[in-house]
Design a protein around this ligand. Structure first.
Ligand SMILES: [Cu+2]
Length: 165
């Protein structure tokens, strides 16, 4: 717990909604979804409602430490369902954020490699598996997605998302 606590302090903006179950409008969401959709607004958007997906984007993660595609363009307001496949033989993850968020998070992962955490803007995918992540890009700008497993981000496992107004 201590590690998690330190992480929470150093990356408060990242884990600011660690308890979405307590947010004020969950009752409304629960009528529509099995799990409440977080209403927390991040600098790079918010968790998307799986029932209001604009389109699906397939992403592949490989042991060559690459995302394919490595660059995406979406329109502001779009809700994207990412189908994230791990075609490698080691664990990979996709974490959305600003470049600053990802760098800070990557540093934390290096200091605490065993740290476990889960947030709506990330998905961990076991070798040969596929996971989905639904995200709404409510703000325009340049954002990124990275694999923050120690060594992967540094090896170039990062992609760019251009959100057009
Ligand atoms: Cu990776």
């Amino acid at each position: 717990m201590k590690r998690k606590f330190q992480f929470a302090i150093l990356a408060a903006t990242v884990v600011g909604f660690a308890q979405p179950a307590l947010s004020h409008d969950d009752a409304k969401h629960q009528q529509h979804a099995a799990r409440p959709v977080s209403s927390e607004e991040k600098p790079f958007g918010r968790e998307g409602d799986p029932k209001r997906v604009s389109r699906t984007i397939n992403l592949d993660m490989s042991d060559q430490m690459r995302f394919t595609p490595a660059e995406l363009t979406v329109k502001q307001g779009e809700t994207i369902r990412f189908r994230v496949k791990n075609s490698g033989k080691t664990m990979h993850e996709m974490v959305l954020g600003t470049m600053k968020d990802l760098k800070e998070h990557s540093d934390m992962m290096k200091k605490h490699p065993g740290m476990e955490h889960d947030e709506p803007y990330m998905t961990h995918v076991a070798p040969g598996k596929m996971q989905t992540l639904v995200w709404q890009f409510t703000k325009s700008g340049e954002f990124h997605y990275g694999c923050l497993i120690p060594g992967h981000f540094e090896a170039g496992m990062v992609g760019k998302i251009n959100v057009k107004p």
